[in-house]
Design a binder for this molecule. Structure first.
Ligand SMILES: Cc1cc2nc3c(=O)[nH]c(=O)nc-3n(C[C@H](O)[C@H](O)[C@H](O)COP(=O)(O)OP(=O)(O)OC[C@H]3O[C@@H](n4cnc5c(N)ncnc54)[C@H](O)[C@@H]3O)c2cc1C
Length: 394
């Protein structure tokens, strides 16, 4: 087992680190405070090649491996979770899904636009009544005589939807078929029936864009489906396999940011005539942050290694995402403790880290859903499927 990064991976990590320190960190606080979705910064991130990191070069991507992609997500996530969310949605949920399920024509048409940042994409799975139980889609797609699809319904909590030019929309084609009727459509949003409305009042992730979408007679072209009717759930799960991985990597960055701020503050702040870093109980908090950060990083790299080997990685990805997101919440919370009263104020970034970390145990599958995926793998019993209990004969 080799724990060393290759020379190329180290170079990309240090480039992403420098980029984050120069371009992301200085604006992360103000963008969050102003609830500003910074499209100029998104374009700078795209110009670095980070929106198409795992997309092959022939489609406009950077053609990088999954471990290198994690290094990029970690660095951007260290600076701003709102911007790391952009990378996750665009690269993992949208690009990698088109890459895996799209026709050659769909890939050539859309991937270069997305990798370059010319277009933003969004991923429309969640509905007001379908969150963890994502297969219970109420959005309906009906095929027209000309082969196109007419889509009606509503989506909830969709990142980037106010700015996206392309949306992956999941819909039911035949309710009687249940999950076998689900399909995923590439929808171009420049049409009157696609109506996003910003969601205000979020606890955190203020520098990211989140919307609910009304779909009112939205038209998807005849050749806009990813896969076939009935593939919708599989398409969603494969997207989340990549998306959860990038969230986990971003959470490692959040852990690292919380740790860095805590070390800095503990060395500077004095109480009882010594830096608080000199107190054993403060060092214990910092040591526990180090351990959780390193453990989260290793589990992300392991999931990345499995992906790079081309093997199924659902279990390793869920383990990495569950662990890293819970670690990010814990580290950010502990960083506030290390800062005392100062940590409870927006004068220090750790309160933003905590608010931003909090969503990571919820989106792209809650911690409970990750636990059920892990539990299913080790027990062989799928707790998400209705269980039919056989009655013993009388
Ligand atoms: C800021 C933000 C951005 C988002 N971006 C996107 C996006 O771009 N695209 C998209 O499609 N979605 C997005 N989401 C939606 C997100 O993926 C969902 O919120 C998440 O899947 C949970 O669904 P829910 O909110 O409906 O919660 P629910 O599913 O109602 O869950 C509520 C609680 O019940 C628990 N629960 C539910 N079912 C079970 C079960 N079977 N066993 C045990 N516990 C269970 C959950 O773990 C949770 O604790 C975003 C959400 C947020 C907050």
């Amino acid at each position: 087992m080799n724990f060393d990064l290759s020379d190329e991976q180290q170079l990309i990590k240090s480039t992403a680190r420098e980029f984050t320190d120069k371009e992301v960190v200085p604006v992360a606080g103000p963008n969050s405070a102003n609830h500003h979705f910074d499209l100029e910064l998104v374009q700078k991130i795209a110009d670095q090649g980070y929106l198409g990191a795992i997309v092959p070069r022939e489609y406009g991507g950077a053609g990088l491996d999954y471990i290198t992609y994690a290094l990029i997500c970690e660095e951007i996530g260290r600076g701003c979770s709102g911007m790391r969310t952009v990378v996750s949605v665009q690269t993992s949920l949208v690009c990698s899904t088109i890459l895996k399920w799209g026709t050659e024509e769909q890939k050539q048409k859309y991937l270069p636009l997305l990798c370059s940042g010319e277009w933003l994409g969004c991923f429309g799975l969640t509905e007001p009544g379908a969150g963890s139980g994502a297969s219970d889609q109420k959005t309906r797609a009906v095929q027209q005589d000309d082969g196109s699809w007419r889509i009606n319904g509503a989506k909830m909590w969709i990142s980037l939807a106010n700015h996206a030019k392309l949306a992956l929309i999941f819909a039911q084609t035949e309710p009687e078929l249940k999950h076998k009727g689900l399909a995923c459509f590439i929808v171009e949003t420049d049409q009157p029936g696609f109506q996003p409305t910003p969601i205000d009042g979020k606890m955190g992730l203020w520098a990211s864009d989140t919307a609910e979408i009304a779909l009112d007679d939205v038209i998807a072209a005849p050749d806009s489906m990813l896969g076939q009717v009935g593939d919708g759930f599989k398409v969603a799960m494969s997207a989340l396999d990549s998306g959860r991985y990038s969230v986990a990597a971003g959470c490692v960055g959040l852990c690292q940011a919380a740790l860095d701020e805590s070390i800095r503050y503990a060395q500077e702040r004095t109480q009882f005539d010594r830096p608080i870093a000199g107190f054993q109980l403060v060092q214990a908090m910092i040591a526990d942050m180090v351990v959780r950060t390193e453990a989260a990083r290793m589990l992300v790299y392991r999931a990345g290694a499995v992906k790079d080997a081309g093997r199924p990685s659902t279990l390793e990805t869920s383990i990495a995402k569950y662990n890293a997101s819970e670690a990010a919440v814990w580290c950010a919370n502990t960083a506030i403790q290390v800062h005392g009263g100062a940590g409870y104020s927006s004068d220090h970034p750790v309160e933003r880290f905590f608010r931003d970390a909090r969503v990571t145990t919820i989106y792209e599958g809650t911690s409970q859903i990750q636990q059920l995926i892990i539990g299913r793998a080790v027990t062989g019993i799928d707790a998400l499927k209705p269980m039919v209990l056989e009655r013993a004969p009388a």
